[in-house]
Design a protein around this ligand. Structure first.
Ligand code: SAM
Ligand code: SF4
Length: 325
């Protein structure tokens, strides 16, 4: 069993399969990075899978594939099938911008994928294009429909931004309810790679937009999920708020992250990471396990987002497109 230095059980592995992306979201990657990690520096699926097996044997029961845009990684369904064939009851999930989903949903489902989180920041073409840097809405909505058609579990993610899509919080909530999907509103997390002009919304501001139309009841966190759940009293619909700026956010953290280049990241907020790439390349599983143990021992207790105003030193230097959010 994997236990971190603060006694928290770690049973959730997030793997970023690539930092590359076909969107340029304002809050994540408004400009193409100066250089991409060369493809040869990425771990192969076979190398990643060596680590996945260690993690599963140590009690990891949930694996999320993310990025960048994970659907840009060719043959991602092969990797999903490798995990599924090793242990079919692993909760295999994927986070995607949905652009390539219509064409891949069936393959992903056949390979053993169970659930998808799809980012949907606007239902207006021009606003979606402004956020993503290109015209994406129609294709993403088709991707959502296809994922539902093939029977994948779907949740939606929205990052509300002041003056951009803040007027659509209720629209996205109602769209999600109409589709029978859960939506989670994610507080914008400040980072040096984002467009410096964008302003996120605090959880309480997001909730107050919803309260203009609905009465809501706080339900609490769902297990180790980062999402705090709420219910609309008018119709019972439940939605989530991912609020890393809240002080209790880190108490039940159960996750560890692996990047496409083989860095194990104990916490999204801090820059610390250790590489297992070399160990995996020479098939030294013992070494990779020892590094994992060390990373867990030093996993930070909490992020530093629980105060209102962040100084520039507080801004995370880690790119969301590297870590997978
Ligand atoms: N490309 C995929 C996507 O967009 O869903 C997966 C990777 S993306 C980094 C994962 C999640 O992180 C998305 O839901 C995205 O909205 C969120 N995200 C990215 N940058 C963020 C930021 N600065 N603050 C909050 N959430 C962010
Ligand atoms: Fe790409 Fe996802 Fe980042 Fe948007 S949030 S730029 S889709 S990795």
């Amino acid at each position: 069993m994997l236990i971190d230095g603060h006694g928290r059980r770690v049973d959730y592995l997030r793997i970023s399969l690539t930092e590359r992306c076909n969107f340029r979201c304002q809050y994540c990657m408004p400009e193409k990075p100066f250089s991409w990690v060369p493809k040869e520096n990425l771990l192969s699926f076979e190398e990643l899978f060596m680590f996945v097996k260690v993690a599963i044997d140590e009690g990891v029961n949930k694996i999320r594939l993310t990025g960048g845009e994970p659907l840009l990684r060719e043959d991602i369904d092969t990797f999903i099938a490798m995990i599924y064939d090793y242990k079919s009851d692993i909760d295999i999930a994927l986070t995607t911008n949905g652009f390539l989903l219509a064409q891949s949903a069936q393959r992903l489902k056949n390979a053993g994928l169970k659930r998808l989180n799809i980012s949907l920041d606007s239902l207006k073409s021009d606003v979606a294009a402004k956020i993503a840097g290109k015209d994406v809405l129609k294709t993403v909505l088709e991707g959502i429909e296809k994922a539902l058609d093939v029977g994948l579990g779907v949740k939606l993610n929205m990052v509300p931004l002041l003056g951009i899509n803040d007027g659509e919080i209720v629209d996205i909530l109602e769209y999600s309810k109409a589709k029978g999907l859960k939506v989670r509103f994610i507080e914008y997390m400040e980072n040096v790679h984002a467009n410096s002009e964008i302003r996120g919304m605090h959880g309480r501001e997001i909730l107050s937009k919803i309260k203009e139309k609905y009465h809501i009841k706080a339900l609490g966190r769902e297990g180790a999920s980062p999402s705090f759940n709420y219910k609309l009293l008018e119709n019972g619909y439940e939605f989530g708020l991912i609020d890393p700026h809240k002080h209790d956010f880190c108490e039940s953290c159960n996750r560890i992250r692996l990047t496409a280049e083989g860095y194990l990241i104990p916490c999204l907020y801090f820059d610390e990471a250790q590489s297992i790439a070399e160990a995996l390349r020479v098939k030294d599983i013992k070494k990779a396990s020892a590094i994992l143990g060390d990373v867990l021992k030093n996993k930070p207790k909490e992020n530093r987002w629980d105060h209102e105003e962040l100084s520039s030193d507080d801004l995370s230097k880690r790119a969301f497109y590297e870590t997978g959010g």
